[in-house]
Design a protein around this ligand. Sequence first.
Ligand SMILES: *Cc1c(COP(=O)(O)O)cnc(C)c1O
Length: 459
Amino acid sequence: MDQSLPTTHSTQEWQALEAAYHMPPFSDYKSLHEQGTRMITRAEGHYIYDTEGNQILDAMAGLWCVNVGYGREELVEAAAAQMRQLPYYNAFFKTSHPAVAKLSEKLASLTPEGLSHVFYANSGSEANDTIIRMVRHFWALEGKPEKRVIIGRDYGYHGSTILAASMGGMSGMHHQAANEADFTHIKPPYGFLYQGNQSEDMFAKTAAGWLEDAILAHGADKIGAFVAEPIQGAGGVIVPPKGYFAYIQEICQKYDILFIADEVITGFGRTGKWFASEAMDLRPDMMTLAKGLTSGYVPMSAVMVGDRVFTSLKEKGGEFYHGFTYSGHPVAAAVALANLQIIEDEDLLTKVEEETGPYLKEALAPLADHALVGEVRTYGLLACVELVKDKNGPVLFENTGETAEIVRDHAIASGLMVRAVRDGMILSPPLTFGKADIDEVVVKLTSALDVTATQLGMV
Ligand SMILES: *Cc1c(COP(=O)(O)O)cnc(C)c1O
């Protein structure tokens, strides 16, 4: 590989190329280039490096995906070997290949019982679009084609294609013509905003009741599915109260509504189990997988299809008119298999469940006393430090997101990559993170909070 490439241009020259030609995702093209883009040239272990020579601890694992960390030769070798043997062949027209057959068997064995078949795509968005079509196809086969409405949740994120964004509850995305028909949303089980003085179980019941209200408002005969991330990720690491999903699943069963778990973030060890479904005792009819499936080394996503839906599709027959050129790409499948092997060989689930998950919770807990902090939430290796203007109330900042962005910029300047969601500081580090890495996060994040509080005249 040409390691010298980044040094052939200065930072300013790279930034000029960016500004001239590249339209990055989720960007305001007016303000984007005023500051200049940070150019990341390489990564190793838990650190990323930019063209200025800065070393930054990546507490976001890229974008919630580099679960086994950077620089994994096993994944490079798996991709190279597969490219040499069979770089591409499609899975259309009754052909397939060994890598995808083996991966399918593996995923069926790792996911909860009853999820035994896999449909592949290249991104979480495509996988969720696949699910929407499959839900419609399923109910049509069942003789109930009018069951088309899918209920999602506010702040839910299911991707950025038109239908996935419609299913998600990010209202900013709905304005961009993504509020297609047949989707509706309920409030999330966001205790920080909605629990008040209810007990945890009472709040679990209340929040699950919002689903029943929505079903009754539309009529159960119109509702095809309910979709939920077990822990809402891009919505701000919203951890449901204990018991929430038990009530939710009862309601889905009562009204015969499919239950879809979007495990794009929570899958592959992030919660200390292979899937949050296992940790939270969920029995979804379908499950979305992406991100950690390949640790982000190459794109791949998958839909786990439960026996009820698969059996109907198989027994009733008729083509499922759907798929992508790269569905089940052999190189991605080979990388996914090698990635799962690393998670097993290094026993990363036990590490997260017994060691680093509890340690992250303990290490972040003192931040709850910080003047800027309203709540600290963690689950496995996911965390949100939610900022407030005033702890009493709590009172949120009027200009949502402004303060978190200041904290984020201070953190990055000190060598820590975190993400800001509204006014929450988000952490989703590689599962290979050790206690020393967590200590470094806490020191740098605390200092970023201190500097921000001083800057805002809060202390
Ligand atoms: C990231 C994400 C998606 C979308 O995945 P893309 O690969 O970006 O299309 C879907 N669902 C959840 C929960 C996600 O976090």
